[in-house]
Design a protein around this ligand. Sequence first.
Ligand code: PGA
Length: 250
Amino acid sequence: MRQVMVAGNWKMNGSSDSVKELMAGINAGMGSVTKAEVVVCPPAVYIARVSDAADGTAIKVGSQNICDQDKGAFTGELSGEMLKDVGCEYAIIGHSERRALYAETDDLVAKRFAAARRNGIKPLFCIGETLAEREAGVTNDVCARQIDAVIALEGVEALADGVIAYEPVWAIGTGKVATPEQAQEVHAFIRAKIANLSADVAQGLRILYGGSMNPGNAAELIGQPDIDGGLIGGASLKAEDFLAICMAAE
Ligand code: PGA
């Protein structure tokens, strides 16, 4: 049985006050969340205080990126050791915004994946196609290529240390959610592709859906056989909505 995961990607949102309020709000509702593993990924400057607020609760903390290198002259980057030091158990890797806006290649994303593993941080590894790629009928090829970059560097067993998030780029922040059938089709493809190399890894691997998931559509998406939870952007910024998505797994 794969445990459902609901992870909030706060992106570049929040302030000292709002982060405190959001954590208090999520924490207040956590008593009713019995099934989902709950993770929040704040902006890096707030990770330490979010970790403090999460201390003693079931809420886990993740970063939104991680440096592919471990130490030294890498201005603006955050090492796995530092992230671990401030309480991160997970790190989002290869988010489409990083890939598109900050030119992160499949290769670099794979190196970041490796750095997370090396430092005992679980990769929350994002993949997904753009609208043009979907319309060109290459959705599966794109997802396969992104996954293969990690497999080439780290081997298929490495995937067992993390979670994959399938996030169709056209659904992120657009309100245009993939239908449960569209999402399930890609999730099933991903699992089958990995099963070709390792049935065990494929069976145990959690594949989250991300892209305009909200309290209204979460239960149906998470109800699909190969959808094991969600990576939530916009709706993770309101405690009530985020908790409602966590409850969709109940
Ligand atoms: P969204 O973002 O839920 O706002 O579409 C998801 C993500 O980017 O992870």
